[in-house]
Design a binder for this molecule. Sequence first.
Ligand SMILES: [Zn+2]
Length: 106
Amino acid sequence: MDSTDLFDNQNIREVRRGRKKSHVWDHYFKEPLGSEHYIARCHYCNQNWSKGKPEILKPHLALYCKDVPLYIKTEYMEMLAVETTSTKHSEHAYITLPIICRSYYM
Ligand SMILES: [Zn+2]
């Protein structure tokens, strides 16, 4: 029983780590094309791009792919939403930090 619990915990940690540092390439085949170029091909709908870039591949999973599993689609939709609002988040962090420090000393 204990070992099962441990295994579950590790799984949760794996998922969280995967979310933070997501590999869009997990969902694409990389086919070498010359020295520095490669073709990206979607695992799910087989669409391909001669220059696969995360800026193209992420929106494909979030918005355009017709065969991607829903949980992956949702994950990438959330990711795109976070990326577009990340500037606001960091500004917010800078504003709130001094306030937290002050109340700590008081
Ligand atoms: Zn696709």
